[in-house]
Design a protein around this ligand. Sequence first.
Ligand SMILES: [Zn+2]
Length: 220
Amino acid sequence: MIIPKSDNPNLAQAILEAKRALFIGAHPDDIEFYCGGLVYNLALAGVDVSFLVATRGGKGRNGRAGERLEKLRSIHQMSAACILGRVNVKLCDYPDKLLAQSIVPLADDIQSHIESIDPDFIFCWDPDFIYNPHPDHQAAADACRIAAEGARAQVIYYGTQRPDIHISLNYDAYLAKIKSLRAHRTETPWYYWLIVGRRLRRKLAQDGAAIQCKYAEVFR
Ligand SMILES: [Zn+2]
């Protein structure tokens, strides 16, 4: 197994050698945006990776609700996860853009999922220094904090403004991340990707430069 370069090599190695890892997202594509490269590396290393995604993103980018969009985004989430490797995906049906109203039941769902899969590491939005402010991201982070209290697993935050762990992405991991994001076709159509893709590459390169690598993802 190749351990990616990191400023916390012991933790990076422990994550890569974990038996199970659980990633919690608010919307389809959250996990791919911030952790897609890591998920690819974990799946490749034989870690049992699970996603719990709180909503099906039925309101989309322009706020237009729709059952058809929910179905599409659910399919896109499954395809994106497949691109990253063998990943178990649980999609919940909490209402998109209204997750703050469901923090307690979502925390219960996350807690039962933690109890059933017994992960070594849990990855979720940073509740204190959120990088991409959105009420659903904050709600998912708060629910996870409640659910993970007392859990055996170590909680690691993604989508953070105060990263203290950088984990490098080799070209395969980078490519898998980009392909998985492109699988979310309603969220990242080509014209939108022109802006978002460039911004993402710049961010990955900035984070990579911190550990003298081309690209890196960051955590706290
Ligand atoms: Zn999101």
